[in-house]
Design a protein around this ligand. Structure first.
Ligand code: 9MR
Length: 575
């Protein structure tokens, strides 16, 4: 298998902000600089310059040069860059490059709602589908879900929420970080200068709750929050207040399969400390953000957050098993210091109670920048940074010196990502030696969230530029010359692993809708297609746009959530 990488001249195929960096990469063996030529849509040469030979790019093993279009900043479309007779994909220069991505990245969540019909009036006829997992028809449903045999004798109404990914599982750990990043995208509009609340407000998204007076991003997040609250062990039962780790099919199903046609029994996995703390963190954030819109709901969230925290403190070492991957993902994690940190942060911000601050100060992660913000990115396994970002940005009773120390930590982490971007021939704000893992694009996106927050806090344009360089990589300026976001750029991923968006298997079904980000290169080759087709690949080339390559090409809520955050951030840059 040889990937079709098209032109050796690599650009952000969507385009470059008028005020932002305008850099690209050329694959070439030449040891001396080459001439680049920027052309307008009609082919006229508008600017020229010399490339910089950059040797071998470690991530791709490609010999590359970089180029910088410099001060050129005339708005327009259909620009190309030519080097040595080779011409890039076309791109735009302008101020309005991220507004559709902001809403498309968020629309992903409505598309993947469980327990509600997805209506053509919001998504178009090809994406409409019946409600899934309602205890109707083929479905055994999510209204009345038992524990696994012998695990408990109650059943939970755990309907609703979002499907995790290409599968129909619903996982509290991953669901918690995803909804939190949507809530943080909203909360940023309350704290960051220049953040546009209206762009996430009522009427901003095509969802059924439009027009109810509540910001649409909060309506979307609530669909998931209500599900997370339902996953808590009821009062009076053993482990009351803990959250079940996950709910999914007893056996893996095949592709394609519409959610309403899933015939598998659904089961609750046992409670875990990690899930309980993710619930506590997300519900605490819920409690402070929904108060103006629905005080009773906010109070339900507050109660759930506090009871979950107490239950986790009483049961600090209930770990989900790494071997529990039958019918759904394991999401196992045996280090929950970061989940304790994140939950304490959100609970402190919401309640102001000093006990939560003491938990933060007493955490082994406190003050350790690399532990809070791992160079390889935040993830469902590494959540402390979510708490630190909130503490650094949300007004609170935190003593100024402690808040300033956290802000300094955000900037220190961001400085590392700026340096990573500068050291990478493709500008990726991601350390070369950290490895391209399952969901690498989300690791990069989460570094972009840290960079964007650093820019919000400091106004230092280096952080902004590194976010935009991350977008260059994700939107086509990369070793495969491929945009990882469906519908964005000339050449984009469109066969991501998904049971309904399965056009590659059945042309009557749709491709993923615009704004769906693929997991991205994964050098571990953890699915049969990757093993067969990608053996020997350089790390950033271990990717294939094939629907069965779930380890390189799936979509999930926790990857689209940071995409939505950074798209919103980037759209706000231009007012
Ligand atoms: O994103 C998860 C990744 O970090 C893990 O390495 C991988 C294997 O355990 O699982 C990924 O999550 C998948 C989950 O287990 C099931 N739904 C789809 C998720 C994305 O591929």
């Amino acid at each position: 298998y040889e990937p079709d990488t098209g032109s050796p001249v690599r650009v952000n195929q969507v385009g470059y902000l008028t005020e932002g960096p305008k850099q690209g990469t050329v694959v070439s063996d030449s040891t001396t600089p080459l001439t680049w030529s920027l052309r307008g849509a009609d082919g006229t040469e508008l600017a020229t310059g010399s490339t910089t030979p950059a040797g071998v790019d470690d991530s791709s093993a490609q010999h590359v040069h970089t180029f910088d279009l410099g001060e050129f900043a005339t708005e327009g479309e259909g620009y190309t860059v030519a080097v040595d007779g080779e011409v890039s994909e076309p791109f735009a220069i302008g101020d309005d490059l991220y507004s559709s991505l902001r809403t498309d990245a968020l629309a992903y969540f409505y598309h993947n709602r469980s327990g509600i019909e997805i209506e053509a009036q919001y998504v178009g006829a090809q994406y409409a589908r019946p409600a899934g997992h309602l205890n109707e028809g083929a479905n055994q449903g999510d209204y009345d879900v038992p524990c696994r045999p012998g695990q408990c004798d109650y059943r939970l109404d755990a309907h609703g929420g979002w499907y995790d990914a290409g599968d129909h599982g619903k996982y509290v750990v991953n669901g918690g970080i995803s909804v939190a990043q949507l809530l943080s995208s909203y909360e940023r509009t309350l704290t960051a200068e220049g953040a546009d609340g209206d762009a996430l407000g009522d009427g901003s998204l095509a969802i059924p709750e439009q027009g109810n007076g509540v910001p649409d991003i909060l309506d979307e997040a609530r669909w998931q929050l209500e599900f997370l609250l339902r996953m808590q062990v009821p009062a009076g039962e053993p482990l009351a207040g803990m959250a079940h780790h996950k709910l999914h099919d007893r056996q893996w199903t095949g592709l394609p399969l519409r959610p309403d046609q899933d015939p598998q029994p659904r089961e609750l996995a046992p409670p875990s400390t990690a899930a309980t703390l993710n619930l506590a963190a997300a519900a605490a954030q819920c409690a402070r953000l929904y108060t103006p819109y629905d005080a009773a709901f906010a109070q339900r969230c507050a109660t759930a957050a506090e009871t979950a925290w107490d239950a986790a403190v009483a049961n600090p070492e209930r770990y989900a098993s790494p071997d529990d991957g039958q019918g759904g993902g394991a999401y196992s994690d045996d280090d929950v210091r970061d989940e304790f940190y994140w939950a304490a942060a959100e609970l402190f911000l919401t309640t102001g109670e000093d006990g939560y601050r003491q938990a933060l100060l007493g955490s082994e992660l406190h003050g350790d920048t690399e532990a809070v913000f791992p160079p390889g990115g935040l993830s469902w396994q590494s959540t402390a940074g979510l708490g630190a970002l909130s503490l650094a940005t949300v007004p609170s009773a935190l003593p100024a010196a402690e808040r300033d120390a956290l802000r300094a930590q955000v900037l220190e982490a961001a400085d590392g990502f700026v340096a990573d971007s500068a050291a990478s021939a493709y500008g990726v704000p991601f350390p070369a030696d950290s490895g391209y893992v399952w969901g690498s694009n989300s690791q990069i996106l989460n570094n972009m969230v840290v960079l964007g927050t650093a820019h919000d806090l400091s106004g230092d344009d280096r952080y902004r530029d590194a976010v935009l360089r991350g977008f260059d990589y994700l939107l086509g300026a990369n070793p495969l010359n491929l945009s990882y976001v469906t519908g964005y750029g000339e050449r984009y991923a469109q066969n991501q692993h998904h049971r309904f968006w399965a056009a590659q298997l059945n042309p009557a079904l749709p491709h993923p809708p615009p704004g769906s980000v693929a997991g991205g290169p994964n050098q571990e080759l953890q699915d049969p297609i990757a093993e067969e087709k990608l053996a020997g690949c350089a790390p950033a080339m271990c990717y294939i746009d094939h629907i069965e390559s779930y380890a390189t090409n799936e979509v999930t809520i926790n990857w689209n959530a940071p995409l939505a955050w950074v798209a919103s951030y980037a759209d706000d840059l231009t007012g």
